[in-house]
Design a protein around this ligand. Structure first.
Ligand code: NAD
Length: 436
């Protein structure tokens, strides 16, 4: 099948590569000419396990191509995916300007029946909005349909998630339109839900809002555990074993960041309000999440008091492990607050440092290893739970530090082990290990 994917970010690039790998002819479009030139030369703009290999193979086999020419790409395609960004506006509302631009461009290019599929996360009603824009922008009437096919991939496992999604949601105006998408996804042999466009749009927001709620819920429980002397990791384990609850997204820590959960929760609160419903529950989820970085820095400030002149080694900068994405990463707020309080920061992340340099204040020192970051530090603060940190040589780490103090924002290490190794150890929702 001839497919066009507009927007070659995390979602578009991975979607394009996977569809090509399934044997389709895919052309990926972006208005960022430098990105398209890099991709055409096989250089990836993002870090994602397995992506480079898949893109290179399909480029070489001629099933995948990159272009800035939207018109030519639309004209050769039966299905056109919109996968551009839908960032938040200052008030939390979703900025649909890129979706709108692309819809207009598709309308002008279309010269025969085309299925336009919105894969960008966009509020309920966007399918209808896209349909109206295309109708109004066509130079002459050409038949088309608009489908909503929300994306659930996770950065860090995007290829795997796209090949083996839990479900594929197709919101289409008729069964017949849904069939073209069914055919495209059939080789994956995964469960599919065929529904109407608004319901598909809501499935995406409701899913992200629910997962965010689980995270904020357990973080609120962690706050109570800290006050009560209980251990949130035991509470999580006990709750997670209940099949009705499940252990996924039930880890206490610094809360959720990244390019999706923060903006999607804000957006749903906004959409609900616009429709006349006060979603107070989700507002609280957002509020609890906002307090996480401040709570962590307060813990550091209290233990190291005064922070002025202290050196903190920051392990992990990306918003989560296995990605170089710094969007809404908790490290940004933690570092800003530490610097404001007079501390200096030596940072290490396995892959996100190039992006971090563009995002974080210039005074941050970047190091080649966790040990280099910890050298001479008054404390180590773990912000992203990369697997490599789990297997650090903690004895070596302690030897290079000025003071053996660790703040574990993700409960990666065990308090008992840290005690045996001679650390003062502070984590989330658990009693601190103090040096006698
Ligand atoms: P991204 O910012 O990584 O990529 C967006 C791409 O669109 C960029 O390459 C940009 O240059 C391009 N673009 C913007 N305007 C354009 C235009 N007018 N014409 C052509 N290209 C244009 O975004 P992303 O992370 O891939 O997210 C895309 C959408 O998918 C968003 O709605 C997001 O919420 C959703 N989503 C993201 C994830 C994720 O993990 N990143 C997961 C599920 C859903």
């Amino acid at each position: 099948m001839n497919i066009c994917v507009v927007g070659t970010g995390y979602v578009g690039l991975v979607t394009g590569a996977v569809f090509a790998d399934l044997g389709n002819d895919v052309i990926c479009v972006d208005n960022n000419a430098a990105k398209i030139a890099d991709l055409s030369a096989g250089t990836m703009p993002i870090y994602e396990p397995g992506l480079e290999e898949m893109v290179t193979r399909n480029l070489a086999d001629g099933r995948l191509a990159f272009t800035t020419d939207l018109v030519a790409a639309v004209r050769r395609s039966v299905i056109v995916f919109i996968t551009v960004g839908t960032p938040p506006k200052a008030d939390g509302q979703t900025d649909l300007s890129a979706v709108e631009d692309v819809a207009r461009g598709i309308a002008k290019a279309m010269d025969r029946y085309t299925v336009v599929v919105n894969k960008s996360t966009a509020p309920v009603g966007t399918g209808e909005f896209v349909r109206e824009i295309i109708e109004r922008s066509q130079p002459q009437p050409v038949p088309f349909d608009v489908v909503s096919n929300p994306e659930f991939l996770r950065e860090g496992s995007a290829i795997e998630d796209t090949l083996r999604p839990d479900r594929i949601v197709i919101g289409a105006p008729t069964q017949q339109v849904a069939m073209s998408l069914l055919e495209l996804y059939a080789p994956l042999e995964r469960p599919m839900i065929i529904t109407d466009v608004p319901s598909a749009e809501m499935i995406k927001y409701a899913s992200n809002a629910f997962l965010s709620t689980k995270i904020s819920f357990i973080n609120a429980i962690a706050n109570i555990c800290e006050l009560a002397g209980a251990d949130v990791t035991q509470v999580m384990k006990g709750m997670g074993m209940d099949a009705r609850i499940g252990s996924a997204f039930l880890s206490a820590g610094l809360g959720f960041g990244g390019s999706c959960f923060p903006k999607d929760t804000d957006s749903l609160v906004h959409t609900a309000a616009a429709l006349g419903y006060d979603f107070g529950l989700l507002q609280q989820v957002v509020e609890i999440n906002r307090e996480r970085a401040g709570h962590f820095v307060e813990m550091i400030a209290k233990a190291l008091s005064p922070l002025d002149g202290r050196v903190v080694a920051m392990l992990g900068l990306a918003f989560k492990p296995n990605t170089d994405d710094m969007r809404e990463a908790k490290s940004i707020e933690v570092i800003d607050r530490l610097l404001d309080l007079g501390a200096s920061v030596r940072a290490y992340d396995p892959v996100a440092m190039p992006n971090a340099r563009k995002t974080l204040p210039a005074s941050v020192t970047y190091c080649e290893s966790p040990y280099e970051a910890a050298t001479g530090a008054d404390a180590v603060a773990l912000v992203t739970e990369w697997n490599e940190f789990k297997f650090l040589n903690l004895e070596r780490l302690r030897r290079v530090m000025r003071r053996p103090v660790v703040f574990d924002g993700r409960n990666l290490w065990e308090p008992e082990r840290m005690r045996r190794l001679g650390y003062e150890y502070h984590s989330i929702g658990r009693r601190p290990v103090l040096l006698l």
